[in-house]
Design a protein around this ligand. Structure first.
Ligand code: NOJ
Length: 894
């Protein structure tokens, strides 16, 4: 498979350079080199703009103090207390790139039944293997606005991961959030709003983890563009982009979904490649020790993104627990910042033993928390090869041979949930004169290669790194192999008798429409991860911008010139600009099918032919022009020696920015039509908890495991007698551990301390102070299906802060939403939504706490509607009155 090919190329390149390749058991030279690389000097980065601070935050708060982890930590403590140094180090460090069946593999502690843990992508299916379901992408889940479906998809994803023997699934994604419309990986997450992202992430996590699989929320944090995301390897040539984020924006926007994921019990967090405020995310003590582990009370495992570790001691002190895939500066050389180096750092005292014990306790406790000590399967697949047998450790060159793939089919009936999500995400943006739904007896001309399968097969391009045929997912590690891809044209032909398909993306010359013939034009827009460049786009939509690929706009325009009725179907990773054709008189209907995964066909025809009414809503705004957004959310280009990306727009992304500047979008955040109509009436608001500006004080942290502080005997990391090494495998062992003496020369990072920090006021439990989730108000609204077909509505509540609130705050912000059940014609449902303390709070950077701007004269307003620009009801906090006919606070759609 491609991974192996890539590895071979790297090997050949190194060989031809005459570099010494083969790892021998004598590590001395490597260790000396790695030691040079791992000191605090690696922390040195370019200066960031004034006001953006990565303050030191030490020491790491140990895990174990959150009550619903107590049992798992007690079990873990018993095990860790009896582990050797080698066993402890084993669990913290990957065995090396392509040194095991999964994309990441830890060492093991077999005496305690803990195997090499298997870490495997992706957020939409088990990556790089077979017999799985290729679920719709995160952005598609976001477009459903359906929490139950997000959970159901997570449940099915987790079942498949478990069936394949994956211990730690590398998803879901809530960072990027979608700050930059061109950002390459926005589609892996759930939409350009913290509350929508948070629900998508939390429900997915609950579903995955219900199977005992550890979910990983990623990428913490600020990974908003792909270009320049990593240090150039070898490190030091060029530093990763620095995402410069102020503290309030961090809390109210970017870390919000991560806090909610932690509250949902997520077992692992992956750091991002980029720096935050000039400090690498994999060793940013403020982000890991301060925000994740202290304020958010995270009890699980913090891992690096792949090859993002840039220092050994520095990352350990900053709170990292697991280095992935284990390699240090350059992969495939058997060099690491941890593994044998971590053993050294413990023996010479630079990394406190308590820190290593905490890393390992977190890993083992998470394993117990998810029940992986109970009959958990070992991996039965290989991400390295599709062959039944092959190299166990492909990067070792001389590797033993293993059974690599057992081809276990884990699909069950998960195609159903995949199809439900894909269908329910479909977003009807325009439907003049009820053009949709179509009759199955209509005469249809279907245009565009996006309607058919890639002629070379849906998996022809490695990790979907081409845009050929229907676009069911973006590209990169966030993909999975399609077991099949139900192409729209096949589904349309199954449904309708009179269909002609023109697969070219150029309109056939001379073609004219037959009487009554309807055109359906398929177009798309793709993006992905930075290791592949597709049609000039380096991950981000750097070349295509927000326009359709393959001259899709021209195809629509040409069809619109010849056909009286044109329906445009869009598969897309995010917003596109539709101005070239949206107002053409014959463009009667526009359907966004987002990224549907394997079920692209039937899910679409379910809607096109009216078996179901569309109920998807946009998880982002569609602007009229890209310049409607601030230049700070444009992609940032090359800068020597480190690219700076300063989030100067603060809280104002997507609809928040457009509203602030009174810019009407073409289609507002949340917009989505139905074949039926709904009324939202009889809103009521009930105060549940009296407002106070400061939340009730948090409880102090509970106790955490205590271990012996005696440095373990050096013999624990000596090579075991008769040990047979595998070249380039990362081991905890040292040639001459007895020679290691206490180090007195190590320079600790500025601000390093061993005295615990005071408990942060905003902390107190998983996710933060539990009082933040106290319900302050309950809002109810009656939704009635006033049309002629069955359908589902989405009720969204946006909060407007009191007019005398002293903080600069977006005019409205999404805070709650619910989707109704299927409502028959004339049927109604009372939808109830909770507004929490956190929903009403501002992050106060001075007191480092969430503050409600309580006012005795100006109310909070809760706007109720089905998009950020269609808010027809408002409830007031002070009077408790809900009314319609208020002037909406934001501009209406164009
Ligand atoms: C890098 C990606 O950023 C991350 O999302 C993924 O999980 C790892 N590679 C492993 O493939």
């Amino acid at each position: 498979m491609a991974r192996v090919t890539f590895i071979s190329v790297i090997f050949l390149a190194f060989l031809s350079c005459g570099l010494g390749l083969v790892r021998t058991p004598n590590f001395a030279a490597d260790i000396a080199r790695a030691q040079q690389l791992q000191g605090p000097s690696k922390e040195k980065r370019d200066a960031v703009p004034a006001g953006y601070v990565a303050a030191p935050y030490y020491p790491t708060p140990p895990g174990g103090w959150v009550s619903n982890w107590t049992a798992a930590y007690e079990k873990a403590q018993k095990v860790v207390a009896n582990m050797t140094l080698a066993e402890k180090v084993n669990l913290t460090t990957g065995t090396g790139e392509s040194m095991g069946p999964c994309v990441g593999n830890t060492g093991s502690a077999l005496r305690f039944g803990i195997p090499n843990l298997c870490l495997q992508d992706s957020a939409l299916g088990v990556g790089d293997t077979d017999n799985i379901t290729a679920f719709p992408a995160g952005i598609t889940v976001g477009a459903t606005w359906n929490k139950a479906l997000a959970y159901a998809r997570g449940l099915a994803l987790g079942a498949e991961a478990r069936g394949k023997g994956v211990n730690i699934q590398l998803g879901p994604v809530v960072g990027p959030i979608g700050r930059k419309p061109r950002g390459g990986r926005n589609w892996e997450g759930f939409g350009a709003d913290p509350v929508l992202q948070a629900w998508g992430g939390a429900e997915t996590i609950k579903g995955i983890q219900a199977n005992g699989v550890i979910a990983t929320i990623k990428h913490f944090i600020g990974n908003e563009q792909e270009a320049y995301r990593m240090d150039i390897i070898p490190h030091g040539l060029m530093q990763a982009i620095s995402s410069n984020i102020d503290d309030r924006t961090l809390h109210e926007l970017y870390s919000w979904p991560f806090a909610e994921a932690i509250r949902a019990g997520v077992g692992a967090v992956m750091t991002s490649y980029n720096d935050v405020n000039g400090s690498a995310s994999s060793q940013n003590s403020m982000m890991i020790n301060g925000i994740l582990k202290d304020e958010f009370g995270f009890q699980g495992i913090v891992m690096t993104d792949w090859l993002a570790q840039i220092g050994g001691v520095s990352s350990a002190l900053s709170g990292l627990d697991m280095a992935m895939p284990g390699d240090g500066d350059i992969p495939f050389f058997g060099l690491a910042y941890w593994a044998y180096e971590l053993s050294t750092s413990i023996l010479n005292g630079t990394v406190p033993l308590s820190r290593l014990n905490d890393m390992v306790t977190r890993i083992v406790a998470t394993w117990y928390q998810l029940g992986q000590d109970q009959d958990y399967p070992l991996p039965n697949f290989s991400a390295n090869t599709a062959d039944a047998t092959g190299l166990c450790y492909p990067a070792a060159l001389f590797s033993p041979t293993c059974i690599t793939n057992e081809y276990v089919n884990v699909q069950a009936d998960h195609f159903k949930v995949a199809r439900n999500v894909s269908r329910e995400a479909i977003t009807l943006l325009k439907n003049t004169n009820n053009t949709l739904p179509l009759s199955t007896s209509a005469t249809l001309a279907v245009f565009g290669s996006d309607a058919e399968n890639n002629p070379d097969g849906p998996n022809a391009c490695t990790q979907r790194s081409c845009d050929t045929g229907v676009l069911g997912m973006g590209w990169g590690s966030g993909t999975a192999n399609y077991p099949y891809l139900d192409a729209p044209i096949d589904a349309i032909k199954r449904k309708a008798a009179n269909v002609t398909y023109y697969s070219s993306d150029s309109f056939p010359s001379g073609l004219t429409a037959a009487a009554g013939e309807i055109a359906i034009v398929f177009v798309n827009s793709d993006s992905g991860e930075n290791q592949y460049t597709v049609e000039g786009n380096d991950g981000d939509r750097s070349a295509s911008g927000l326009y359709t690929w393959h001259n899709g706009d021209e195809l629509v325009e040409a069809a619109a010139a010849k056909y009286a009725t044109v329906i445009v179907v869009v598969h897309t990773v995010g917003p596109i600009l539709v101005e070239n054709w949206i107002d053409l008189p014959s463009v009667k209907a526009v359907v966004f099918a987002h990224l549907p995964g394997q079920e692209a066909g039937d899910s679409l025809t379910d809607i096109l032919f009216g078996d179901y009414s569309p109920s998807g809503h946009l998880p982002y705004s569609i602007p009229v022009a890209e310049s409607d957004y601030p230049s700070s959310v444009s992609l940032v280009g090359f800068e020597f020696f480190q690219v700076q990306d300063t989030f100067s727009e603060g809280l104002y992304i997507d609809y928040r920015y457009l509203n602030k500047h009174s810019v009407a979008p073409r289609f507002a955040f949340g917009h989505g039509l139905s074949y039926t109509t709904f009324s939202r009436t009889s809103a009521t608001i009930a105060a549940v908890t009296p407002l106070s500006s400061i939340p009730p004080a948090r409880a102090p942290k509970g106790s955490t495991p205590v271990y012996s502080s005696a440095i373990p005997p050096a013999s624990e990391v000596a090579w075991p007698a008769g040990f047979s090494t595998i070249w380039r495998y990362l081991y905890p062992y040292l040639d001459d551990p007895q020679s290691i003496t206490a180090s007195s020369t190590f320079t600790y990072p500025t601000g390093y301390q061993t005295t615990p920090q005071p408990d942060p006021p905003a902390g107190g439990d998983q996710g933060g102070n539990p009082a933040l989730w106290d319900t302050m108000f309950t809002i109810s609204v009656t939704v009635t299906n006033t049309g002629k077909v069955v359908g589902k509505d989405v009720v969204m509540v946006f909060v407007q802060y009191p007019s005398d609130n002293p903080w600069d705050t977006p005019i409205i912000q999404l805070r709650a939403f619910e989707k109704t059940d299927t409502l028959a014609e004339g049927a109604n449902e009372v939808v109830t939504l909770q507004i929490t303390r956190k929903d009403l709070s501002i992050w106060d950077v001075v007191s480092q706490n969430w503050i409600i701007p309580v006012s005795s004269t100006a109310p909070f307003l809760f706007w109720i509607g089905d998009s950020s620009a269609n808010l027809t009801l408002a409830c007031e906090s002070l009077s408790g009155i809900c009314s319609d006919g208020r002037a909406t606070p934001v501009v209406a759609p164009v």
